[in-house]
Design a protein around this ligand. Structure first.
Ligand code: ZN
Length: 196
Protein backbone atom coordinates (compact mmCIF):
# COMPACT_ATOMS: atom_id res chain seq x y z
CA UNK A 1 0.00 0.00 0.00
CA UNK A 2 2.84 2.40 0.86
CA UNK A 3 5.02 3.25 -2.19
CA UNK A 4 8.45 1.61 -1.86
CA UNK A 5 10.51 4.88 -1.97
CA UNK A 6 8.40 6.25 0.89
CA UNK A 7 8.72 2.96 2.77
CA UNK A 8 12.52 3.17 2.37
CA UNK A 9 12.55 6.79 3.66
CA UNK A 10 10.47 5.78 6.70
CA UNK A 11 12.81 2.87 7.39
CA UNK A 12 15.83 5.21 7.32
CA UNK A 13 14.12 7.82 9.50
CA UNK A 14 13.06 5.20 12.04
CA UNK A 15 16.76 4.48 12.74
CA UNK A 16 17.27 8.06 13.99
CA UNK A 17 17.43 8.15 17.83
CA UNK A 18 14.06 9.26 19.24
CA UNK A 19 12.23 8.22 16.04
CA UNK A 20 10.03 5.17 16.17
CA UNK A 21 8.04 3.76 13.24
CA UNK A 22 5.11 6.14 13.83
CA UNK A 23 7.15 9.34 14.11
CA UNK A 24 9.15 8.28 11.02
CA UNK A 25 5.87 7.93 9.14
CA UNK A 26 4.66 11.35 10.34
CA UNK A 27 7.96 13.00 9.35
CA UNK A 28 8.00 11.33 5.93
CA UNK A 29 4.41 12.34 5.17
CA UNK A 30 5.07 15.89 6.40
CA UNK A 31 8.09 16.21 4.11
CA UNK A 32 6.17 14.87 1.11
CA UNK A 33 3.33 17.31 1.65
CA UNK A 34 5.72 20.25 2.29
CA UNK A 35 8.07 20.08 -0.66
CA UNK A 36 9.89 23.27 0.45
CA UNK A 37 10.92 21.54 3.70
CA UNK A 38 11.96 18.46 1.75
CA UNK A 39 14.19 20.50 -0.57
CA UNK A 40 15.73 22.42 2.35
CA UNK A 41 16.42 19.13 4.15
CA UNK A 42 18.03 17.70 1.03
CA UNK A 43 20.28 20.78 0.72
CA UNK A 44 21.14 20.78 4.46
CA UNK A 45 22.06 17.10 4.39
CA UNK A 46 24.37 17.64 1.40
CA UNK A 47 26.02 20.64 3.13
CA UNK A 48 26.51 18.77 6.40
CA UNK A 49 28.00 15.80 4.54
CA UNK A 50 30.38 18.07 2.60
CA UNK A 51 31.37 20.67 5.20
CA UNK A 52 31.63 18.93 8.57
CA UNK A 53 34.44 16.73 9.79
CA UNK A 54 35.19 14.58 12.81
CA UNK A 55 38.27 15.95 14.59
CA UNK A 56 40.81 13.13 14.70
CA UNK A 57 42.26 14.55 17.95
CA UNK A 58 39.14 14.98 20.11
CA UNK A 59 36.38 13.25 18.02
CA UNK A 60 34.23 16.39 18.06
CA UNK A 61 32.33 17.47 14.94
CA UNK A 62 33.58 20.70 13.40
CA UNK A 63 34.36 22.51 10.16
CA UNK A 64 38.02 21.55 10.26
CA UNK A 65 40.25 18.68 11.40
CA UNK A 66 41.84 19.37 13.85
CA UNK A 67 38.96 21.44 15.23
CA UNK A 68 39.03 25.04 16.48
CA UNK A 69 39.25 23.88 20.12
CA UNK A 70 42.23 21.55 19.58
CA UNK A 71 44.10 24.30 17.68
CA UNK A 72 43.19 27.24 20.00
CA UNK A 73 46.50 28.33 21.55
CA UNK A 74 44.65 30.44 24.17
CA UNK A 75 43.10 27.34 25.76
CA UNK A 76 44.77 25.46 28.59
CA UNK A 77 46.74 22.47 27.37
CA UNK A 78 47.12 20.93 30.83
CA UNK A 79 43.50 19.86 31.40
CA UNK A 80 41.62 17.22 29.37
CA UNK A 81 37.87 16.85 29.80
CA UNK A 82 36.46 13.47 28.74
CA UNK A 83 32.79 13.42 27.71
CA UNK A 84 30.48 10.78 26.25
CA UNK A 85 28.93 12.67 23.33
CA UNK A 86 29.63 15.75 21.21
CA UNK A 87 26.44 17.28 22.70
CA UNK A 88 28.08 17.05 26.17
CA UNK A 89 31.10 18.98 24.85
CA UNK A 90 28.77 21.67 23.46
CA UNK A 91 26.93 21.89 26.82
CA UNK A 92 30.19 22.39 28.75
CA UNK A 93 31.37 24.99 26.21
CA UNK A 94 28.06 26.86 26.65
CA UNK A 95 28.72 27.02 30.41
CA UNK A 96 31.90 28.99 29.70
CA UNK A 97 33.43 27.41 32.81
CA UNK A 98 36.06 25.25 31.09
CA UNK A 99 38.97 26.39 28.92
CA UNK A 100 40.92 23.15 28.48
CA UNK A 101 40.91 20.40 25.86
CA UNK A 102 38.38 17.63 25.20
CA UNK A 103 38.05 14.01 24.22
CA UNK A 104 34.68 12.62 23.06
CA UNK A 105 34.27 8.89 23.78
CA UNK A 106 31.32 8.38 21.44
CA UNK A 107 29.74 5.91 23.89
CA UNK A 108 30.13 4.21 27.25
CA UNK A 109 31.41 0.80 28.20
CA UNK A 110 28.61 -1.72 27.85
CA UNK A 111 28.99 -5.48 28.17
CA UNK A 112 25.51 -6.01 26.67
CA UNK A 113 26.28 -3.95 23.55
CA UNK A 114 29.82 -5.33 23.26
CA UNK A 115 31.45 -1.90 23.78
CA UNK A 116 34.86 -2.32 25.40
CA UNK A 117 37.83 0.01 26.10
CA UNK A 118 39.04 -0.12 22.47
CA UNK A 119 35.64 0.94 21.10
CA UNK A 120 35.60 4.12 23.20
CA UNK A 121 39.21 4.93 22.35
CA UNK A 122 40.97 4.31 25.67
CA UNK A 123 44.31 3.51 23.90
CA UNK A 124 43.96 6.79 21.94
CA UNK A 125 43.40 8.75 25.20
CA UNK A 126 46.47 7.16 26.81
CA UNK A 127 48.71 7.90 23.82
CA UNK A 128 47.50 11.52 23.89
CA UNK A 129 48.38 11.80 27.61
CA UNK A 130 51.80 10.11 27.60
CA UNK A 131 54.64 12.67 27.39
CA UNK A 132 52.11 15.53 27.22
CA UNK A 133 51.53 18.75 29.20
CA UNK A 134 48.32 17.32 30.68
CA UNK A 135 48.31 17.30 34.48
CA UNK A 136 44.57 16.72 35.06
CA UNK A 137 41.85 14.66 33.38
CA UNK A 138 38.23 15.53 34.19
CA UNK A 139 35.77 12.66 33.71
CA UNK A 140 32.54 14.49 32.82
CA UNK A 141 30.44 11.35 32.40
CA UNK A 142 26.84 10.74 33.35
CA UNK A 143 25.96 9.46 36.81
CA UNK A 144 24.45 6.26 35.32
CA UNK A 145 25.79 2.75 35.97
CA UNK A 146 27.56 2.62 32.56
CA UNK A 147 28.90 6.16 33.09
CA UNK A 148 30.45 5.26 36.44
CA UNK A 149 31.84 1.92 35.17
CA UNK A 150 33.48 3.80 32.27
CA UNK A 151 34.86 6.47 34.62
CA UNK A 152 36.42 3.83 36.91
CA UNK A 153 38.06 1.99 34.00
CA UNK A 154 39.50 5.18 32.45
CA UNK A 155 40.69 6.47 35.84
CA UNK A 156 42.48 3.17 36.56
CA UNK A 157 44.39 3.46 33.25
CA UNK A 158 45.30 7.15 33.65
CA UNK A 159 46.39 7.27 37.31
CA UNK A 160 49.59 5.19 36.73
CA UNK A 161 50.73 7.98 34.36
CA UNK A 162 50.90 10.32 37.40
CA UNK A 163 48.05 12.49 36.08
CA UNK A 164 45.35 13.69 38.48
CA UNK A 165 41.87 12.34 37.65
CA UNK A 166 38.78 14.24 38.79
CA UNK A 167 35.01 13.88 38.24
CA UNK A 168 32.21 16.42 38.18
CA UNK A 169 30.59 17.21 41.53
CA UNK A 170 27.31 15.41 42.12
CA UNK A 171 24.57 17.06 44.07
CA UNK A 172 21.81 19.65 44.00
CA UNK A 173 20.94 21.28 40.66
CA UNK A 174 20.59 25.08 40.58
CA UNK A 175 17.30 26.22 42.14
CA UNK A 176 16.62 22.80 43.66
CA UNK A 177 14.42 22.41 46.71
CA UNK A 178 15.83 19.94 49.20
CA UNK A 179 12.59 18.12 50.02
CA UNK A 180 12.08 17.32 46.31
CA UNK A 181 15.48 15.65 45.94
CA UNK A 182 15.86 11.87 45.76
CA UNK A 183 17.96 10.10 48.40
CA UNK A 184 20.85 9.34 46.02
CA UNK A 185 21.28 12.97 44.98
CA UNK A 186 21.02 14.22 48.59
CA UNK A 187 23.54 11.64 49.74
CA UNK A 188 26.04 12.74 47.05
CA UNK A 189 25.39 16.41 47.87
CA UNK A 190 26.18 15.77 51.56
CA UNK A 191 29.35 13.83 50.73
CA UNK A 192 30.48 16.62 48.38
CA UNK A 193 29.82 19.48 50.86
CA UNK A 194 32.40 22.19 51.18
CA UNK A 195 33.13 25.25 53.29
CA UNK A 196 31.44 28.57 52.57
ZN1 ZN B 1 39.38 18.59 18.23
Amino acid sequence: MIPQPLEDLMKTLSKVPGFGRRSAQRAALHLLTHKDHLQKLQADLATVMRDTKTCTTCNSIALHDPCHICTDTKRHNNTLCIVEEVADLWAIERSGAFRGQYYVLGGLLSAIDGIGPDEIGVPKILSRLVNSEFSEVILALSASMDGQTTAHLIASKIKPLGIEVTTLAKGLPMGAEIDYMDEGTLSFALQGRRGV
